[in-house]
Ligand binder design. Sequence first.
Ligand SMILES: [Ca+2]
Length: 95
Amino acid sequence: MEVVRRALLMASAALLASCGVPVAASGPGSAPAGRASGDVPTTRLVVEAPTPFHDLDCADFADQGAAQEALRRDPLDPHGLDHDRDGVACEELRR
Ligand SMILES: [Ca+2]
């Protein structure tokens, strides 16, 4: 049963890693020194939460240039700064 559990943990870690989720596994290979003999080795997955997405609106930028820079950094435009898809972010902001 332990073998199955380890295989599932390793598969989960590989899946998470393939999705870009940082995973740190601790277990027999990385256990701190000084474990008493007879302790049952355990494997623990530590999954860091992805950075939360903070949606920005045009009003969050001081001017059009700042919004344009945000669009340049991420042309996929997750914030919807360029609704008409002409490559110019937040036309309504002052330049
Ligand atoms: Ca636009």
